[in-house]
Ligand binder design. Structure first.
Ligand code: AHR
Length: 495
Protein backbone atom coordinates (compact mmCIF):
# COMPACT_ATOMS: atom_id res chain seq x y z
CA UNK A 1 0.00 0.00 0.00
CA UNK A 2 1.08 3.53 -0.65
CA UNK A 3 0.00 6.86 0.80
CA UNK A 4 0.11 10.24 -0.90
CA UNK A 5 1.16 13.47 0.77
CA UNK A 6 1.76 17.05 -0.30
CA UNK A 7 4.11 19.45 1.44
CA UNK A 8 3.89 23.07 0.29
CA UNK A 9 6.86 25.13 1.44
CA UNK A 10 6.38 28.87 1.58
CA UNK A 11 9.87 30.05 0.76
CA UNK A 12 8.62 33.66 0.66
CA UNK A 13 7.41 33.54 4.28
CA UNK A 14 10.79 32.93 5.85
CA UNK A 15 11.17 34.88 9.09
CA UNK A 16 12.56 32.94 12.01
CA UNK A 17 16.06 31.58 12.42
CA UNK A 18 16.20 28.10 13.94
CA UNK A 19 18.69 28.77 16.77
CA UNK A 20 21.37 26.13 16.78
CA UNK A 21 20.65 25.70 20.50
CA UNK A 22 17.45 23.83 19.53
CA UNK A 23 19.89 20.96 18.99
CA UNK A 24 21.27 21.14 22.54
CA UNK A 25 22.44 18.21 24.62
CA UNK A 26 22.41 17.32 28.30
CA UNK A 27 25.06 15.49 30.36
CA UNK A 28 24.28 14.60 33.96
CA UNK A 29 26.30 12.83 36.63
CA UNK A 30 24.04 9.83 36.21
CA UNK A 31 25.05 6.25 35.51
CA UNK A 32 27.78 6.18 32.88
CA UNK A 33 26.92 9.40 31.09
CA UNK A 34 30.00 11.24 32.38
CA UNK A 35 32.17 8.47 33.83
CA UNK A 36 32.75 5.92 31.09
CA UNK A 37 30.71 7.82 28.51
CA UNK A 38 32.47 11.15 28.08
CA UNK A 39 35.29 10.83 30.54
CA UNK A 40 37.65 7.96 31.34
CA UNK A 41 40.48 9.91 32.97
CA UNK A 42 44.01 10.49 31.71
CA UNK A 43 45.31 7.15 32.99
CA UNK A 44 42.75 5.01 31.20
CA UNK A 45 43.77 2.41 28.62
CA UNK A 46 40.84 3.66 26.51
CA UNK A 47 42.28 6.13 23.97
CA UNK A 48 41.67 9.61 25.32
CA UNK A 49 42.71 13.24 25.11
CA UNK A 50 43.27 14.71 28.57
CA UNK A 51 40.81 12.14 29.94
CA UNK A 52 38.03 12.57 27.34
CA UNK A 53 37.34 9.53 25.15
CA UNK A 54 38.65 10.09 21.63
CA UNK A 55 35.91 8.09 19.90
CA UNK A 56 33.17 10.01 21.68
CA UNK A 57 34.85 13.38 21.10
CA UNK A 58 35.09 12.70 17.39
CA UNK A 59 31.44 11.59 17.15
CA UNK A 60 30.28 14.67 19.07
CA UNK A 61 32.26 17.00 16.82
CA UNK A 62 30.43 15.54 13.79
CA UNK A 63 27.16 16.12 15.57
CA UNK A 64 27.91 19.87 15.92
CA UNK A 65 26.75 20.05 19.54
CA UNK A 66 25.78 23.70 20.08
CA UNK A 67 25.22 23.69 23.85
CA UNK A 68 25.69 21.20 26.66
CA UNK A 69 23.76 21.26 29.93
CA UNK A 70 25.53 20.04 33.09
CA UNK A 71 25.81 18.74 35.90
CA UNK A 72 22.10 17.82 36.15
CA UNK A 73 19.18 17.24 36.33
CA UNK A 74 18.41 16.16 39.82
CA UNK A 75 22.12 15.80 40.52
CA UNK A 76 22.58 19.58 40.18
CA UNK A 77 20.65 20.34 43.36
CA UNK A 78 22.91 18.09 45.44
CA UNK A 79 26.12 19.13 43.74
CA UNK A 80 28.64 21.29 45.55
CA UNK A 81 30.97 22.61 42.90
CA UNK A 82 33.89 23.24 45.26
CA UNK A 83 34.18 19.46 45.72
CA UNK A 84 35.07 19.21 42.04
CA UNK A 85 38.05 21.57 41.76
CA UNK A 86 41.71 21.36 42.72
CA UNK A 87 44.00 18.31 42.82
CA UNK A 88 41.95 15.19 42.11
CA UNK A 89 43.36 13.25 45.06
CA UNK A 90 42.03 15.92 47.44
CA UNK A 91 38.52 16.01 46.05
CA UNK A 92 35.95 14.62 48.49
CA UNK A 93 33.65 11.81 47.45
CA UNK A 94 29.87 11.92 47.71
CA UNK A 95 26.94 9.58 47.23
CA UNK A 96 24.82 10.19 44.17
CA UNK A 97 21.53 9.80 46.03
CA UNK A 98 19.32 10.41 43.03
CA UNK A 99 20.91 7.86 40.79
CA UNK A 100 21.51 4.46 42.32
CA UNK A 101 23.59 5.56 45.31
CA UNK A 102 26.74 5.40 43.21
CA UNK A 103 29.84 6.92 44.78
CA UNK A 104 30.86 10.07 42.93
CA UNK A 105 34.56 10.86 43.19
CA UNK A 106 34.28 14.38 41.75
CA UNK A 107 37.11 13.76 39.29
CA UNK A 108 34.97 15.42 36.63
CA UNK A 109 34.27 18.96 37.80
CA UNK A 110 34.03 22.52 36.59
CA UNK A 111 37.38 22.57 34.75
CA UNK A 112 36.77 19.22 33.10
CA UNK A 113 33.32 20.30 31.95
CA UNK A 114 34.16 23.77 30.68
CA UNK A 115 37.30 22.55 28.92
CA UNK A 116 35.20 19.88 27.19
CA UNK A 117 32.83 22.58 25.94
CA UNK A 118 35.78 24.49 24.53
CA UNK A 119 37.03 21.37 22.77
CA UNK A 120 33.60 20.76 21.26
CA UNK A 121 33.11 24.43 20.41
CA UNK A 122 29.79 24.49 22.28
CA UNK A 123 28.21 26.80 24.82
CA UNK A 124 28.12 25.51 28.39
CA UNK A 125 24.81 25.56 30.22
CA UNK A 126 25.37 25.27 33.96
CA UNK A 127 22.62 24.19 36.37
CA UNK A 128 23.11 25.82 39.75
CA UNK A 129 22.14 24.31 43.09
CA UNK A 130 19.14 25.98 44.72
CA UNK A 131 17.74 22.89 46.47
CA UNK A 132 20.61 22.23 48.88
CA UNK A 133 23.16 24.92 48.09
CA UNK A 134 23.58 28.42 49.43
CA UNK A 135 23.31 31.76 47.69
CA UNK A 136 26.98 32.34 48.47
CA UNK A 137 27.99 29.04 46.89
CA UNK A 138 26.14 29.85 43.68
CA UNK A 139 27.48 33.41 43.56
CA UNK A 140 31.04 32.18 44.01
CA UNK A 141 30.65 29.58 41.26
CA UNK A 142 29.72 32.28 38.77
CA UNK A 143 32.66 34.37 39.99
CA UNK A 144 35.03 31.38 39.72
CA UNK A 145 34.04 30.62 36.16
CA UNK A 146 33.73 34.09 34.70
CA UNK A 147 35.59 36.80 36.62
CA UNK A 148 38.75 38.05 34.96
CA UNK A 149 41.18 38.87 37.72
CA UNK A 150 41.63 40.29 41.17
CA UNK A 151 38.68 38.52 42.74
CA UNK A 152 39.25 35.75 45.29
CA UNK A 153 37.56 33.18 43.07
CA UNK A 154 39.58 34.21 40.00
CA UNK A 155 42.70 33.75 42.12
CA UNK A 156 41.57 30.27 43.17
CA UNK A 157 40.84 29.37 39.55
CA UNK A 158 44.34 30.44 38.56
CA UNK A 159 45.83 28.36 41.36
CA UNK A 160 43.94 25.43 39.86
CA UNK A 161 45.57 25.97 36.51
CA UNK A 162 43.19 28.15 34.53
CA UNK A 163 44.33 31.69 33.96
CA UNK A 164 41.55 33.11 31.78
CA UNK A 165 37.90 32.89 32.73
CA UNK A 166 35.62 30.76 30.60
CA UNK A 167 32.67 32.16 28.74
CA UNK A 168 29.48 30.98 30.41
CA UNK A 169 26.23 32.30 29.05
CA UNK A 170 23.46 29.93 30.11
CA UNK A 171 22.89 29.55 33.83
CA UNK A 172 19.98 27.58 35.33
CA UNK A 173 18.81 28.64 38.78
CA UNK A 174 17.79 25.22 40.09
CA UNK A 175 16.27 22.20 38.35
CA UNK A 176 12.83 20.65 38.85
CA UNK A 177 12.43 22.74 41.99
CA UNK A 178 8.91 21.34 42.31
CA UNK A 179 10.42 17.84 42.75
CA UNK A 180 13.97 16.52 43.15
CA UNK A 181 15.23 20.11 43.27
CA UNK A 182 13.56 20.93 46.59
CA UNK A 183 9.85 19.95 46.47
CA UNK A 184 8.88 23.63 46.48
CA UNK A 185 5.66 25.41 45.73
CA UNK A 186 5.86 27.81 42.80
CA UNK A 187 5.39 30.92 44.97
CA UNK A 188 8.25 29.92 47.25
CA UNK A 189 10.53 29.00 44.35
CA UNK A 190 9.78 32.33 42.67
CA UNK A 191 11.09 34.14 45.74
CA UNK A 192 14.15 31.92 45.90
CA UNK A 193 14.80 32.51 42.21
CA UNK A 194 14.69 36.26 42.80
CA UNK A 195 17.10 35.95 45.70
CA UNK A 196 19.64 33.54 44.19
CA UNK A 197 19.70 35.18 40.77
CA UNK A 198 20.35 38.60 42.30
CA UNK A 199 23.84 37.44 43.26
CA UNK A 200 24.69 35.77 39.96
CA UNK A 201 26.70 38.67 38.61
CA UNK A 202 27.95 39.59 35.19
CA UNK A 203 31.74 39.79 35.36
CA UNK A 204 34.01 41.44 32.83
CA UNK A 205 31.60 41.48 29.94
CA UNK A 206 30.28 37.95 30.50
CA UNK A 207 26.51 38.34 30.41
CA UNK A 208 24.52 35.53 32.00
CA UNK A 209 21.30 34.29 30.46
CA UNK A 210 19.42 33.21 33.58
CA UNK A 211 16.95 30.37 33.35
CA UNK A 212 14.31 29.62 35.96
CA UNK A 213 13.42 26.05 36.80
CA UNK A 214 10.17 25.51 34.94
CA UNK A 215 7.29 23.11 34.76
CA UNK A 216 7.03 19.50 33.80
CA UNK A 217 4.49 18.45 31.21
CA UNK A 218 0.99 19.62 32.08
CA UNK A 219 1.74 21.77 35.15
CA UNK A 220 0.50 25.06 33.72
CA UNK A 221 0.09 26.64 37.14
CA UNK A 222 3.87 26.52 37.69
CA UNK A 223 4.45 28.57 34.53
CA UNK A 224 1.66 30.98 35.43
CA UNK A 225 3.03 31.70 38.93
CA UNK A 226 6.62 32.12 37.74
CA UNK A 227 5.64 34.43 34.91
CA UNK A 228 3.63 36.51 37.36
CA UNK A 229 6.12 36.54 40.23
CA UNK A 230 9.49 36.47 38.47
CA UNK A 231 8.68 38.11 35.15
CA UNK A 232 11.59 39.75 33.41
CA UNK A 233 14.07 38.88 36.12
CA UNK A 234 14.49 35.68 34.15
CA UNK A 235 15.71 35.41 30.55
CA UNK A 236 14.28 31.94 30.14
CA UNK A 237 12.04 29.43 31.82
CA UNK A 238 12.45 25.72 31.31
CA UNK A 239 10.01 22.96 30.43
CA UNK A 240 10.53 19.21 30.76
CA UNK A 241 8.55 16.81 28.63
CA UNK A 242 9.33 13.11 28.36
CA UNK A 243 7.79 10.57 26.02
CA UNK A 244 6.98 8.21 28.86
CA UNK A 245 4.11 5.87 29.72
CA UNK A 246 3.83 7.24 33.26
CA UNK A 247 5.86 7.91 36.39
CA UNK A 248 4.92 4.77 38.30
CA UNK A 249 5.18 1.16 37.22
CA UNK A 250 6.87 -0.16 34.11
CA UNK A 251 7.70 2.32 31.36
CA UNK A 252 7.88 -0.45 28.78
CA UNK A 253 10.87 -2.01 27.07
CA UNK A 254 13.03 0.10 24.77
CA UNK A 255 13.33 -2.75 22.29
CA UNK A 256 10.33 -5.04 22.73
CA UNK A 257 7.11 -3.30 21.81
CA UNK A 258 3.98 -3.85 19.75
CA UNK A 259 2.75 -1.85 16.74
CA UNK A 260 0.17 -0.34 19.04
CA UNK A 261 2.91 0.75 21.48
CA UNK A 262 4.84 2.26 18.60
CA UNK A 263 1.95 4.38 17.35
CA UNK A 264 1.14 5.39 20.93
CA UNK A 265 4.72 6.63 21.22
CA UNK A 266 4.33 8.76 18.10
CA UNK A 267 1.16 10.28 19.55
CA UNK A 268 2.68 10.93 22.96
CA UNK A 269 5.82 12.54 21.55
CA UNK A 270 3.76 14.75 19.24
CA UNK A 271 1.68 15.92 22.19
CA UNK A 272 4.59 18.11 23.20
CA UNK A 273 3.22 20.57 20.64
CA UNK A 274 -0.07 21.08 22.53
CA UNK A 275 1.77 21.23 25.84
CA UNK A 276 4.19 23.86 24.54
CA UNK A 277 1.34 25.89 23.04
CA UNK A 278 -0.41 26.06 26.40
CA UNK A 279 2.75 27.11 28.26
CA UNK A 280 3.46 29.64 25.51
CA UNK A 281 -0.07 31.07 25.74
CA UNK A 282 0.52 31.73 29.45
CA UNK A 283 3.87 33.33 28.69
CA UNK A 284 2.27 35.48 25.97
CA UNK A 285 -0.13 36.92 28.55
CA UNK A 286 2.70 38.25 30.72
CA UNK A 287 5.30 38.77 28.02
CA UNK A 288 3.60 39.66 24.74
CA UNK A 289 6.88 40.83 23.21
CA UNK A 290 8.33 37.33 23.70
CA UNK A 291 11.42 38.49 25.55
CA UNK A 292 11.47 35.50 27.87
CA UNK A 293 12.53 32.27 26.20
CA UNK A 294 11.05 28.84 26.71
CA UNK A 295 13.85 26.31 27.09
CA UNK A 296 12.78 22.68 26.73
CA UNK A 297 15.88 21.61 28.60
CA UNK A 298 14.88 17.96 29.05
CA UNK A 299 12.99 15.87 26.52
CA UNK A 300 13.07 12.45 24.89
CA UNK A 301 12.01 8.86 25.51
CA UNK A 302 12.12 7.22 28.92
CA UNK A 303 11.86 3.41 28.85
CA UNK A 304 12.62 0.72 31.41
CA UNK A 305 16.31 0.25 32.08
CA UNK A 306 17.95 -2.53 30.07
CA UNK A 307 17.74 -5.83 31.96
CA UNK A 308 20.96 -6.57 33.83
CA UNK A 309 22.11 -2.95 34.06
CA UNK A 310 22.61 -1.04 37.30
CA UNK A 311 19.27 0.10 38.76
CA UNK A 312 18.98 3.87 38.81
CA UNK A 313 21.42 4.38 35.93
CA UNK A 314 18.71 4.84 33.29
CA UNK A 315 20.62 2.97 30.62
CA UNK A 316 18.30 2.17 27.71
CA UNK A 317 18.65 0.96 24.13
CA UNK A 318 17.57 3.10 21.23
CA UNK A 319 15.68 1.82 18.18
CA UNK A 320 14.27 3.25 14.99
CA UNK A 321 11.24 4.17 17.10
CA UNK A 322 13.44 6.57 19.10
CA UNK A 323 14.74 8.03 15.84
CA UNK A 324 11.16 9.03 14.98
CA UNK A 325 10.65 10.61 18.38
CA UNK A 326 13.71 12.73 17.61
CA UNK A 327 12.68 13.75 14.08
CA UNK A 328 9.04 14.46 14.94
CA UNK A 329 9.97 16.50 17.99
CA UNK A 330 12.60 18.54 16.15
CA UNK A 331 10.04 19.23 13.39
CA UNK A 332 7.74 20.65 16.06
CA UNK A 333 10.45 22.74 17.77
CA UNK A 334 11.29 24.42 14.45
CA UNK A 335 7.80 25.94 14.35
CA UNK A 336 8.04 27.73 17.69
CA UNK A 337 11.43 29.37 17.63
CA UNK A 338 9.93 32.81 18.21
CA UNK A 339 9.56 31.56 21.79
CA UNK A 340 11.57 28.36 22.10
CA UNK A 341 15.26 29.24 22.03
CA UNK A 342 16.92 26.11 23.35
CA UNK A 343 16.15 22.45 23.89
CA UNK A 344 18.29 19.70 25.42
CA UNK A 345 17.57 16.06 24.70
CA UNK A 346 18.14 13.74 27.67
CA UNK A 347 20.93 12.68 27.50
CA UNK A 348 24.15 12.72 25.49
CA UNK A 349 25.59 9.27 26.39
CA UNK A 350 24.41 6.08 28.10
CA UNK A 351 21.34 7.67 29.70
CA UNK A 352 17.74 7.71 28.41
CA UNK A 353 17.42 8.67 24.71
CA UNK A 354 21.12 8.98 24.16
CA UNK A 355 23.21 9.81 21.15
CA UNK A 356 25.95 7.42 22.10
CA UNK A 357 26.27 4.14 23.99
CA UNK A 358 29.61 2.94 25.33
CA UNK A 359 30.88 -0.26 26.87
CA UNK A 360 34.50 -0.34 27.96
CA UNK A 361 36.45 0.71 24.86
CA UNK A 362 33.52 0.22 22.47
CA UNK A 363 31.14 2.88 21.26
CA UNK A 364 27.98 2.81 19.19
CA UNK A 365 26.00 5.62 17.62
CA UNK A 366 22.26 5.30 18.14
CA UNK A 367 19.51 5.91 15.56
CA UNK A 368 18.80 9.12 17.51
CA UNK A 369 22.41 10.25 16.94
CA UNK A 370 21.89 9.76 13.22
CA UNK A 371 18.76 11.94 13.21
CA UNK A 372 20.63 14.70 15.05
CA UNK A 373 23.53 14.44 12.64
CA UNK A 374 21.32 14.41 9.51
CA UNK A 375 19.27 17.32 10.88
CA UNK A 376 22.20 19.52 11.85
CA UNK A 377 21.88 21.28 8.48
CA UNK A 378 18.92 23.11 10.04
CA UNK A 379 21.06 24.70 12.78
CA UNK A 380 21.00 28.50 12.45
CA UNK A 381 19.15 28.22 9.13
CA UNK A 382 16.01 30.19 8.30
CA UNK A 383 12.82 28.28 8.99
CA UNK A 384 10.52 27.91 5.98
CA UNK A 385 6.87 27.46 6.99
CA UNK A 386 5.00 24.68 5.21
CA UNK A 387 1.52 23.22 4.82
CA UNK A 388 1.07 19.48 4.90
CA UNK A 389 -1.67 17.28 3.52
CA UNK A 390 -1.44 13.62 4.48
CA UNK A 391 -3.24 10.63 5.95
CA UNK A 392 -4.01 10.50 9.68
CA UNK A 393 -4.31 7.52 11.98
CA UNK A 394 -6.22 7.06 15.25
CA UNK A 395 -3.94 5.72 17.94
CA UNK A 396 -4.27 4.71 21.60
CA UNK A 397 -5.27 7.35 24.17
CA UNK A 398 -7.59 9.06 21.67
CA UNK A 399 -4.82 10.69 19.69
CA UNK A 400 -4.95 11.21 15.95
CA UNK A 401 -1.55 11.42 14.28
CA UNK A 402 -0.39 12.43 10.81
CA UNK A 403 1.61 9.67 9.15
CA UNK A 404 3.97 12.22 7.61
CA UNK A 405 5.96 14.92 9.36
CA UNK A 406 8.14 17.48 7.65
CA UNK A 407 10.24 20.59 8.17
CA UNK A 408 12.30 22.87 5.92
CA UNK A 409 14.91 25.60 6.17
CA UNK A 410 17.25 27.69 4.04
CA UNK A 411 20.88 27.89 5.12
CA UNK A 412 23.27 30.83 4.81
CA UNK A 413 24.54 29.56 1.45
CA UNK A 414 20.99 29.55 0.07
CA UNK A 415 20.58 25.78 0.08
CA UNK A 416 17.18 24.45 1.09
CA UNK A 417 16.93 21.40 3.32
CA UNK A 418 13.72 19.44 3.64
CA UNK A 419 13.34 16.68 6.22
CA UNK A 420 10.47 14.23 5.91
CA UNK A 421 9.46 11.35 8.19
CA UNK A 422 7.10 8.60 7.10
CA UNK A 423 6.01 7.03 10.38
CA UNK A 424 3.75 4.43 8.79
CA UNK A 425 4.91 0.91 9.54
CA UNK A 426 3.50 -0.61 6.37
CA UNK A 427 2.80 2.07 3.79
CA UNK A 428 5.35 3.65 1.52
CA UNK A 429 4.71 7.31 0.77
CA UNK A 430 4.75 9.37 -2.37
CA UNK A 431 5.37 12.90 -1.17
CA UNK A 432 5.11 15.90 -3.49
CA UNK A 433 7.08 18.84 -2.16
CA UNK A 434 6.14 22.18 -3.70
CA UNK A 435 8.90 24.70 -3.30
CA UNK A 436 6.97 27.89 -3.93
CA UNK A 437 9.06 30.52 -5.66
CA UNK A 438 12.21 28.42 -5.90
CA UNK A 439 13.49 26.81 -9.04
CA UNK A 440 15.80 24.20 -7.63
CA UNK A 441 18.05 22.38 -10.10
CA UNK A 442 19.62 19.64 -8.07
CA UNK A 443 18.58 17.48 -5.18
CA UNK A 444 20.50 14.99 -3.09
CA UNK A 445 19.61 13.25 0.12
CA UNK A 446 20.12 10.67 2.81
CA UNK A 447 17.73 8.20 4.36
CA UNK A 448 17.52 6.54 7.75
CA UNK A 449 15.40 3.40 7.85
CA UNK A 450 15.46 -0.13 9.23
CA UNK A 451 14.11 -3.54 8.32
CA UNK A 452 12.15 -3.60 11.54
CA UNK A 453 10.98 -0.72 13.69
CA UNK A 454 12.62 -2.28 16.74
CA UNK A 455 16.03 -2.57 15.07
CA UNK A 456 18.91 -1.03 16.98
CA UNK A 457 22.68 -0.83 16.94
CA UNK A 458 24.78 -3.04 19.17
CA UNK A 459 28.48 -3.19 19.98
CA UNK A 460 28.72 -6.24 17.70
CA UNK A 461 26.57 -4.78 14.94
CA UNK A 462 27.02 -1.00 15.25
CA UNK A 463 25.75 0.00 11.79
CA UNK A 464 22.49 -1.88 11.56
CA UNK A 465 20.60 1.43 11.58
CA UNK A 466 22.67 4.07 9.80
CA UNK A 467 22.04 6.71 7.13
CA UNK A 468 22.37 5.74 3.47
CA UNK A 469 22.35 7.82 0.28
CA UNK A 470 18.82 8.43 -0.96
CA UNK A 471 18.03 8.46 -4.67
CA UNK A 472 14.24 8.10 -4.95
CA UNK A 473 13.63 11.78 -5.52
CA UNK A 474 13.03 13.73 -8.73
CA UNK A 475 13.07 17.46 -9.16
CA UNK A 476 10.90 19.13 -11.79
CA UNK A 477 9.70 22.71 -12.23
CA UNK A 478 10.25 23.68 -8.64
CA UNK A 479 8.72 20.63 -7.08
CA UNK A 480 10.04 17.35 -5.79
CA UNK A 481 8.57 13.89 -6.02
CA UNK A 482 9.87 11.83 -3.13
CA UNK A 483 9.23 8.11 -2.85
CA UNK A 484 9.84 6.98 0.70
CA UNK A 485 9.61 3.46 2.07
CA UNK A 486 7.56 2.78 5.20
CA UNK A 487 9.23 3.83 8.50
CA UNK A 488 11.84 6.09 7.02
CA UNK A 489 13.33 9.54 7.56
CA UNK A 490 14.90 11.49 4.70
CA UNK A 491 16.80 14.75 4.64
CA UNK A 492 17.05 16.39 1.22
CA UNK A 493 19.27 19.19 0.02
CA UNK A 494 18.10 21.37 -2.85
CA UNK A 495 20.50 23.63 -4.75
O1 AHR B 1 17.12 13.20 32.86
C1 AHR B 1 16.90 12.44 34.02
C2 AHR B 1 16.18 13.22 35.09
O2 AHR B 1 14.89 13.55 34.67
C3 AHR B 1 16.77 14.54 35.49
O3 AHR B 1 17.79 14.42 36.39
C4 AHR B 1 15.62 15.26 36.10
O4 AHR B 1 15.70 16.65 35.97
C5 AHR B 1 14.40 14.68 35.40
O5 AHR B 1 13.46 14.27 36.29
Amino acid sequence: AQQQAVVTIHTDQAEQIIPKEIYGQFAEHLGTCIYGGLWVGEDSSIPNTNGYRNDVLEALKKLKVPVLRWPGGCFADEYHWMDGIGPKENRPKMVNNNWGGTVEDNSFGTHEFLNLCEMLGCEPYISGNVGSGSVEEMAKWVEYMTSEQGSPMAKLRKENGREKPWKVKYFGVGNESWGCGGSMLPEYYSDLYRRYSTYCRNYNGNVLFKIASGASDYDYNWTEVLMKNIGHRMDGISLHYYTVLGWSGSKGSATKFTEDDYYWTMGKCREIEDVMKRHIAIMDKYDPKKQIALMVDEWGTWWDEEPGTVPGHLYQQNTMRDAFVASLTLDIFHKYTDRVKMTNIAQIANVLQSMILTKDDKMVLTPTYHVFEMYNVHQDATFLPADLQCTYKNVRDKRNIPLISSTASRDKEGRIHVSISNVSLDEAAEVTVNLEGVNGKQVSGRILTADKIDDYNTFDNPDKVAPQPFKDVKIEKGSLLVKMPAKSIVVLEIN
